[in-house]
Design a protein around this ligand. Structure first.
Ligand code: ZN
Length: 252
């Protein structure tokens, strides 16, 4: 008989699961508020309609469920055969009739949740590989999914903003983004200051850095490449742009 509750008892993991489930519910709410005709509208992502975002979130749940099956069985089942296949799948999903697109989101989310729920305690430590070829424990998939549902709920351009994303999610997102910049060296001469949390990221070695600052939600929105609302900039790059906030370095 299959248990109706999570097999893991790790409090940190249970909290992460709750956050991912709340994010999924938030995405569902923003999606369900849209009429079928409104699905055709633009998302906040260049070149992507709301249909593309919805298809991506549905296929992402299936891809992460494959990683959980991998962790459970030891049989390697990658997220996607390749990034080309993933992109092609999203383009195809975006053409589905509205009811099929909504089912894709609903069913894939339920399926992933069952896979997470039934994964035995010790299997959460098993290593799987992401599409970016990172080796991670299965537990990391919870954050991978959380990040997707919360941020892409905003991308649906249906009234959600970064201010709606929980602080812990925003903080971890900013860590990921600034970590990616650092790993690539694209943050040279850039300092990012979160004014309402007293946090500083970026290049600590520069004598005259460009300083981008603002409250957490606004800084993460900027860092994720989603706009400049609520952030301000000073220093060389801002002066060169006539006081405008420079674009954040790319992070994916
Ligand atoms: Zn995504």
């Amino acid at each position: 008989m299959v248990a109706r509750h999570d097999q893991t008892t790790d409090p940190e993991l249970l909290a992460a699961l709750l956050q991912a489930r709340r994010g999924t519910a938030f995405f569902a709410r923003k999606l369900n508020e849209l009429s079928d005709a409104e699905l055709d509208g633009d998302s906040l992502l260049p070149g992507w309609s709301r249909r593309h975002v919805t298809a991506h979130i549905g296929y992402n749940a299936r891809a992460i469920a494959r990683l959980i099956q991998w962790a459970a069985t030891g049989v390697e089942t990658p997220m996607y055969p390749s990034t080309d296949v993933r992109d092609h799948e999203i383009d195809f999903g975006a053409t589905l009739p509205p009811i099929a697109l909504r089912h894709l989101f609903d069913h894939s989310a339920v399926h992933l949740n069952v896979e997470w729920r039934d994964l035995p305690e010790d299997a959460w430590h098993h290593k799987v590989r992401t599409i970016q070829a990172r080796e991670v424990p299965a537990a990391e998939t919870v954050w991978m999914r959380s990040r997707e549902v919360w941020m892409h709920a905003v991308d649906l351009d249906n009234g959600a903003g970064f201010r709606d994303i929980p602080v812990r999610v925003l903080a971890r997102l900013l860590n990921d983004i600034t970590g990616a910049w650092h790993a690539r060296g694209t943050d040279a001469g850039l300092v990012v200051k979160v004014t309402d949390r007293n946090l500083t990221y970026g290049d600590a070695t520069s004598d005259s850095p460009t300083l981008v600052s603002g409250p957490l939600a606004a800084v993460v929105e900027w860092a994720a490449g989603r706009g400049n609302d609520g952030v301000s900039a000073a220093g060389p790059a801002a002066e060169a742009a006539g006081g405008a906030v420079p674009a954040a370095p790319k992070w994916i």
